[in-house]
Design a protein around this ligand. Structure first.
Ligand code: PAF
Length: 278
């Protein structure tokens, strides 16, 4: 695996290979788990070469969030990527990505980026869209893969690519879960043993919601409230549990199909998100 710390280095490698081969890009913030590796494997089926990126993007963290303590495990990540057969790793430092403070931004519309996670993390999707746009310009991939666990992020990126006519196919990877249902996430490492034992409840309450919808229940606010009540009763502080339309995450009407239930909730000091498609 070639490790590129500079934009010029990645571009040079891309330039040489670009005429003859296609590139799949898998952007990450590192601390790689099986969910990321599944994306690398999936990427392989879509292009001749796979490039991962590792960059903890300050722009998408709010003051007081976990930017400083976000786990940085570069050596272990490199081993996992090499074992997965990834050809290129782009791992810039902040000076390479933001040599001066970023003054141009990609501003996703509030109806996509100001709802759900965007309501609780204002500016988050602007930071994500801006860095992903930069990574796309730097790597010029043919295909890019993002996990469905960050469902709203995937929607924002798909819309950005469509509206800016970027010649990049966006592919969503299924969420990878631990045996007890907990969605794999770098933030799971923050959980104490007791919290880790409790954490699968998030997926369980979402499963109850989608089972009810599949069974014909149509009082969506009641289902959301039931999930919130169960989480609260078990020590969680939920930000939201929301049934939405898959395509644009807007509120569904009772006859809509193609739904997804999304949740974000804090367990102790750790904020977890998850979602399940109906
Ligand atoms: O999903 C992530 O890890 C990040 O939001 C991404 C897409 C790499 C942008 O920093």
């Amino acid at each position: 695996m070639q490790i590129h710390e500079t934009i010029a280095g990645l571009r040079a490698a891309r330039g040489k290979a670009g005429e003859v081969s296609t590139l799949a890009l898998v952007p990450t913030m590192g601390n790689l788990h099986e969910g990321h590796i599944a994306l690398m494997t999936q990427a392989r089926a879509h292009a001749d070469q796979v490039a991962a990126t590792i960059f903890v993007n300050r722009l998408q963290f709010r003051p007081g969030e976990d930017f400083e303590k976000y786990p940085r495990t570069f050596a272990a990540d490199c081993e996992k990527l090499a074992a997965a057969g990834v050809e290129h790793l782009f791992a810039p430092d902040e000076a390479e990505m933001y040599p001066q403070p970023q003054s141009y931004h990609v501003e996703p519309p509030p109806e996509q980026a100001g709802i759900l996670d965007g309501e609780f993390r204002p500016g988050h999707f602007r930071g994500v869209a801006t860095v992903v746009m930069k990574l796309f310009q730097i790597a010029q991939p043919d295909v890019a893969l993002f996990g469905k666990k960050d469902y709203q992020q995937l929607m924002v990126i798909r819309n950005m690519v469509r509206e800016f006519n970027l010649p990049i196919e966006i592919i969503g990877g299924e969420t990878v879960r631990a045996a007890d249902g907990l969605a794999l996430s770098s933030r799971n490492g923050y959980l104490s043993a007791a919290e880790r034992a409790e954490a699968p409840r998030l997926c369980k309450v979402l499963t109850k919601v989608i089972d009810a919808v599949r069974g014909g229940a149509r009082d969506f606010p009641l289902l959301e409230q039931g999930a919130i009540t169960e989480l609260r009763a078990n020590g969680w502080v939920p930000d939201y549990v929301a049934l939405r339309k898959k395509l644009d995450l807007q509120l569904p009407s009772a006859h809509d199909s193609g739904l997804v239930v999304l949740a974000a909730a804090r367990l102790g000091s750790t904020r977890l998100i998850d979602n399940l498609e109906v």
